[in-house]
Ligand binder design. Structure first.
Ligand code: HMG
Ligand code: MG
Length: 312
């Protein structure tokens, strides 16, 4: 049996505050096969802006040929009601994407690389080394425009094409991204195969080179492990967590991968741990209900389903 003293020690290592990076309007919708109206996309961001979230990835400026669902991200940025305390960010694969993001007045941008050569080729049509080269001019131009850059690494705990991924490759990429100027690196378990033990081993390995304060985690929930992986990451001091409203999402280049951990489930977990996120769960649930209704699909959030069921 675990003693109270041990529990207290564990609790002490968990951060008291967590920043949630809401990726629903981008990661959540990018792979949605059904058409989504511009108004529904704008309404989602506006609803999320009322929940206490401080960071919303609002869209992406990638090739519309490859990801048609994000083709109207500029219109989404133009249509939303912005709150001064919220960062409205965009994903940018290259200089053209960055220029579109600057035109759309994104507050911040995110670049992305993969820890697997095959995934890198499928997702961005270039090798891992070439993707790092592509990032260099983005960093320079973003700096000139006064924009901070976040970095993502995909496939950190497994790849849909090559299977196992070496921790060393992930650690080297995390180091490279911070050296290139990314203020934060988000570790993406793109296909949700990771488990708590593997997540901890990976983070232990990376934090030799990159400060824990600069690491974020981005868990897709394909195998139902995302909340366990988040808890395991919190234990190591990670205090930035990506999630998606109603658990929407997936990557077009990761077949079979499901959505990110649901933001509602994440906030429920954090409330239970008395970790401050600043987000109001009831408002979040309402935002999730609205987008699920618009998409004609059921929420993937168990906490939202249970709490809504209780109300009726
Ligand atoms: P490409 O086709 O190899 O590049 O795409 P290209 O430079 O030869 O350009 C081809 C055409 O695309 C040209 O147009 C360009 O102008 C246009 P054309 O001359 O044929 O008419 N183009 C663009 N148009 C608009 N905006 C742009 C842009 N760039 C080129 N930015 C490229 C290379 C990287 C652009 C492409 O492969 C791409 O857009 N990939 C992005 C794929 C993507 O969005 N994946 C999902 C996001 S990543 C993710 O979900 C993972 C994450 O959540 C973390 C995790 O879970 O692991 C972040
Ligand atoms: Mg993702």
């Amino acid at each position: 049996m675990i003693s109270k003293r041990t529990l207290k020690n564990i609790a002490m290592t968990i951060p008291q505050q967590v920043k949630i990076v809401e990726v629903g309007p981008r990661d959540g919708l990018q792979n949605e096969p059904r058409p989504i109206t511009l108004q529904d996309k704008i309404a989602l961001v506006n609803k999320l802006s009322e929940t206490g979230l401080r960071y919303i990835e609002t869209g992406s400026f990638v090739s519309p040929r490859w990801v048609p669902q994000m083709a109207n991200s500029a219109e989404v940025f133009a249509g939303i009601k912005r709150h001064p305390s919220i960062t409205y960010a965009a994903l940018t694969p290259n200089l053209k994407g960055l220029e579109r993001a600057i035109d759309a007045k994104a507050d911040e941008v995110a670049v992305f690389v993969a820890a697997s050569e095959q995934f890198s080729q499928k997702n961005t049509h270039c090798s891992i080394a070439e993707s790092l080269e592509r990032i260099k001019p983005i960093m320079a131009e973003a700096k000139q425009a006064g924009l901070q850059v976040r970095g993502y690494i995909s496939c950190v705990l497994g790849c849909p094409y090559q299977g196992e991924v070496e921790k060393d490759i992930v650690a080297k990429l995390a180091k490279s991204l911070t050296q290139l100027g990314c203020y934060e690196v988000s570790l993406g378990d793109t296909i949700g195969v990771g488990t708590a033990g593997k997540a901890q081993q990976l983070i232990h390995h990376i934090k030799k080179d990159v400060a824990i304060e600069q690491l974020a985690v981005h868990y897709h929930d394909t195998y139902g492990q995302a909340l366990a992986n988040i808890y395991a990451s919190l234990e190591l001091g990670v205090s930035t967590i990506d999630s998606s409203i109603a658990g929407l999402g997936g990557c077009p280049y990761a077949p079979g991968a499901s959505g990110n951990v649901a933001t509602e489930d994440l906030v429920y977990l954090l409330q239970g741990l008395e970790v401050e996120s600043g987000v109001e769960l009831n408002k979040l649930i309402s935002a999730g209900q609205e987008i699920c209704q618009a998409l004609g699909r059921k929420t993937q959030s168990k906490a939202a389903s249970a709490l809504l069921h209780k109300q009726h």
